[in-house]
Design a protein around this ligand. Structure first.
Ligand code: ZN
Length: 413
């Protein structure tokens, strides 16, 4: 079992953490089960669906209660930060007198809807996997971070700097939990955001520009189309421009860790009735940006190009912002990156740097507060948000040990 590579560091007297469970299969719970696993089981049993997705969503309250109870029992300082009615960030601190070397561990408590997932709240071990809603997105990460905090509480002399755990609300919808946490202005020197990266150290991810583009025509009875100006026909020119001009341009550029920027037209609506020349047509555009691109500039340039280059063809276009999100681009020599690589290497894990395709809380840390951040966690984004959500059991164990090792390494390099 590769988990034998997970050292204890020799800094404490805990025994039994990695005792064999007799059959040598880490996927079968036994007495020697890694302590992060029962925590993850508990968390899967707690429904924490973001109420934005589902009116039966109970939000993060019970998760916050659970994390708070454990942390108080471990002797850690706990603060609840109210973000929405009944929905609090949970902020856990271990102060060891090194505030300038504070490491933030951050993971969200909310999940997407239970959807059609069978036994979504019933943690189930099968074939080396643990199934359940949130198993990989992102309770597996949070369980590992909680393990690291509890272990740090027992061994404060072993950690390299102050530790802050933020178990946040609302990542799956609007990142409001993390944004509220950042308003507190706690000094943080580096951060690890828990999301499924298949145990890769992610230092880059794409950002996003979402806009609605509307073409404006003139309505007329369809028996006299020359009296009107079809907004749908105008939109056809917009779509052709995106397909023939913008897509190849974007495909010709690439970031080494994130690949090429992309553009997708996700929706189209136009016209009201079969016998009326349509005066309005709207598309929603999802443009993924790569590190080095600024969302507000990409948005402005996209709108300007569509308007300028299509005006000669009679296209009258307006563009409205739906959402902007930054790309993540953490310098490879940042202390958090070096500490993560050292921590991974020390316990036999992959220390290569990589990018991920999805957005998360990390780019907000970097962009709004200049906090160098990595993304790291068990499981794959391919299983997130699906009716078949699972996380490899060994990933959970290794991620937990990685967070603990990172807590020891960060601040010491
Ligand atoms: Zn997530």
């Amino acid at each position: 079992m590769a988990t034998e590579a997970l050292g204890h560091g020799g800094d404490e007297n805990e025994s039994g953490i990695r005792q064999a469970n007799g059959n040598g299969d880490a996927s079968v719970p036994g007495n020697g089960k890694h302590p992060a696993l029962p925590v993850l089981e508990d968390m899967i049993r707690i429904q924490s669906v973001n109420p934005y997705f589902d009116e039966s969503g109970e939000g993060e309250r019970a998760m916050a209660d659970y994390v708070e109870r454990r942390c108080r029992a471990a002797g850690l300082a706990v603060t609840r930060q109210n973000v929405f009615p009944g929905r609090d960030n949970l902020i856990v601190e271990l102060r060891v007198g090194k505030p300038d070397k504070t490491l933030l561990l951050e993971a969200h408590m909310d999940t997407v809807t239970l959807g059609g997932m069978p036994d979504a709240l019933m943690p189930t071990y099968r074939d080396g996997r643990l199934y359940g809603r949130g198993a990989c997105d992102t309770k597996g990460s949070l369980a590992g971070m909680l393990y690291a905090m509890e272990r740090a509480a027992r061994n404060p002399e072993a950690v390299g700097g102050d530790l802050v755990l933020c178990a946040s609300v609302d990542e799956e919808h609007a990142y409001k939990g993390l944004l509220a946490f950042l308003e507190l202005g706690l000094p943080v020197a580096g951060a690890v955001v828990g999301e499924p990266t298949e145990l890769g150290i992610a230092v880059a991810n794409k950002g996003c520009v979402r806009v609605a583009a509307t073409t404006h025509g003139k309505a007329a009875h369809s028996s006299m189309p020359a009296e009107g100006d079809s907004a749908i026909m105008q939109m056809m020119r917009v779509l052709r421009f995106i397909r023939e001009r913008l897509e190849p341009e974007l495909a010709s550029r690439a970031h080494p860790l994130c690949g090429s920027p992309t553009i997708v037209v996700g929706t189209i609506r136009g016209g009201t009735q079969i016998n009326i020349v349509p005066d309005r047509c709207v598309i929603e555009i999802d443009r993924r940006i790569i590190p080095g691109e600024r969302p507000e500039i990409v948005e402005r340039e996209l709108a300007e190009r569509l308007r300028r280059e299509l005006a000669p063809e009679g296209v009258k276009l307006t563009v409205e912002r739906l959402l902007l999100d930054w790309a993540l681009d953490t310098p490879h020599d940042a202390a958090i990156v070096r500490a993560a690589q050292a921590a991974a290497a020390a316990i036999g894990l992959d220390d290569n740097l990589r990018g991920v395709t999805y957005g998360c809380d990390a780019s907000k840390l970097q962009e709004l507060k200049g906090i160098p951040s990595i993304v790291y966690g068990p499981g794959s984004i391919a299983q997130a948000h699906t009716n078949d959500e699972w996380v490899p059991v060994s990933d959970v164990e290794r991620a937990a040990e990685f967070y603990w090792r990172l807590a020891q390494t960060f601040g010491r390099l």
